[in-house]
Design a protein around this ligand. Structure first.
Ligand SMILES: NC(=O)c1ccc[n+]([C@@H]2O[C@H](COP(=O)([O-])OP(=O)(O)OC[C@H]3O[C@@H](n4cnc5c(N)ncnc54)[C@H](OP(=O)(O)O)[C@@H]3O)[C@@H](O)[C@H]2O)c1
Length: 332
C-alpha cells in the first residue's frame, strides 16, 4: 500500500501558488505504541490553512518540508486503544495524505451521520464556529441587524442563516453578484453587498439603514474599517478571522476607528477560537440538526475529488471560488 503525501515545499512570501506544494509517494506509516492508523476520507479546506503558513496562530506554524497540515475525517484502520475500532470515523489533524498514524488521545470520535460531508460542514468546525461565535459573542436579539463578511463561505453562510432564525435583519458581504444573489435568493438573507464593487461603506449603509448591532467579522482589513462607523451603540463585533490578511505579505495597518469608535459607541469586540466551546458541542450539534430538519438551515457543500487537487482547492478558496464548505474527497 502506498501513502500519497502533499508536501509544503516552502512557506509563501506572497500569494500561495501550486509551486509551494509537491506530491510524493511514501509508505503507509507503522503506528508506534499508543498510535492509531487512520485512512483519510475527507480533508477540510480552511482559510486558516493559509494563516498557519504565516507563523504560529492558535497552533504552531506549518513548516516547509513536511506534509501539509490539515484537519480531516478519517477512518480507523487499526487501533490499540479500546475506544477506537476499525471502521470508526474520527476527526484529526491527519495532514494532506492518504494514511496517518496518530496518538489515540488526539482523535475526536465522530457520530454516524450521513452524508459524512455534513460532519465537516454544518456539524463540524464551520457550523460550530458560526453557532458559538454568533450566539455567545454576537448575542443577536430579534429585529437587530447582523452583518457578516465572507458571507457565502462556510462559516458565513451559517452565520447569516442563524441570524435569520433568531429574527434578525441579516446583511451579507461577499464577492460578486452571483454570490450576493444566492445569499438573498437561496439562503434568505435580507440584503447582500458585493465588496468587489468598492464603496462598501455606502452600500452597507443602504443595506443596513438602522445601523449594525452585530458584525461577524471573517475578513478584517478594509471591510472591518467600513463596518465600524455603522455600528450602533452597544454593538458587538465578533472577531472570527481575518482572511483578507492571510494570503500575501504583511497586513496593512489599521483599521481606523480603533479604539476611538469602540469607546464612543461602547462596542464589544471579542475574538474566539471554536475549540473554546467544544465542551458544549453535542448540544450545539443537536440544535443545528433540529434547524436542518425543520428546513431553516440549508447546507452548501463544495466537494472536490482527489488528494492531488488539494493545493489547487485551497488556492481557489482563498480566491473566493467556493460557495459554502469546501472539502476534498480522498477516499470513499
Ligand atoms: N475563530 C475560529 O475558531 C474559526 C474557525 C473556523 C474559521 N474561522 C475563520 O472564518 C473565516 C472563514 O474561513 P473558512 O475556512 O470558512 O473559509 P470560507 O469562508 O469558506 O472561504 C473564504 C472566503 O473568504 C473570502 N475572501 C477571500 N479573500 C477575501 C478578502 N480579501 N476580502 C473579503 N473576503 C475574502 C472568499 O469569498 P469572496 O468571494 O466573498 O471573496 C472566500 O470564499 C476565516 O477568517 C477563518 O480564519 C475561524
Amino acid at each position: 500500500m502506498k501513502n500519497r503525501q502533499i508536501i509544503l515545499l516552502a512557506r509563501p512570501k506572497g500569494k500561495l501558488g501550486p509551486e509551494h506544494f509537491q506530491m510524493t509517494e511514501g509508505v503507509v506509516p507503522d503506528p508506534k505504541e499508543g498510535e492509531v492508523l487512520v485512512r483519510v476520507r475527507l480533508i477540510s479546506l480552511d482559510a486558516a490553512n493559509r494563516a498557519w503558513m504565516q507563523g504560529a496562530t492558535y497552533r504552531s506554524a506549518v513548516e516547509a518540508g513536511g506534509v501539509m497540515a490539515g484537519g480531516a475525517i478519517a477512518e480507523v484502520v487499526t487501533s490499540p486503544a479500546s475506544e477506537f475500532k476499525p471502521g470508526d470515523l474520527v476527526f484529526a489533524d491527519t495532514g494532506w495524505q492518504d494514511y496517518a498514524a496518530l496518538p489515540a488521545k488526539g482523535l475526536i470520535k465522530l457520530p454516524r451521520i450521513e452524508p459524512i460531508t455534513n460532519l465537516l460542514s454544518v456539524y463540524g468546525i464551520a457550523g460550530l464556529t458560526a453557532y458559538f461565535g454568533l450566539l455567545r459573542i454576537g448575542r443577536p436579539q430579534p429585529d437587530e441587524t447582523v452583518v457578516v463578511s465572507a458571507a457565502a463561505g462556510s462559516v458565513g453562510s451559517f452565520v447569516g442563516q442563524i441570524g435569520k432564525i433568531k429574527g434578525c435583519r441579516v446583511v451579507g458581504i461577499a464577492g460578486g453578484a452571483a454570490k450576493c444573489d444566492w445569499l438573498v435568493g437561496e439562503l434568505g438573507f435580507d440584503a447582500a453587498v458585493d465588496y468587489k464593487l468598492g464603496s462598501v461603506d455606502r452600500a452597507l449603509k443602504a443595506a443596513a439603514p438602522r445601523g449594525v448591532d452585530v458584525y461577524f467579522d471573517n475578513v478584517g482589513g478594509e471591510i472591518l474599517e467600513a463596518c465600524l462607523p455603522l455600528m450602533n451603540v452597544g454593538g458587538r463585533i465578533v472577531c472570527c478571522g481575518a482572511v483578507s490578511a492571510y494570503d500575501g505579505t504583511a497586513p496593512a495597518a489599521g483599521p481606523r476607528g480603533v479604539p476611538g469608535l469602540i469607546v464612543i459607541k461602547r462596542l464589544l469586540m471579542q475574538g474566539f477560537i471554536v475549540m473554546d466551546y467544544f465542551s458544549e458541542r453535542y448540544a450545539a450539534v443537536a440544535e443545528l440538526q433540529r434547524w436542518v430538519q425543520a428546513g431553516q438551515l440549508k447546507i452548501q457543500e463544495d466537494v472536490i475529488d482527489g488528494l492531488e487537487n488539494t493545493p489547487k482547492a485551497l488556492i481557489g478558496l482563498l480566491a473566493g471560488e467556493n460557495r459554502g464548505k469546501r472539502m476534498v474527497r480522498v477516499s470513499q
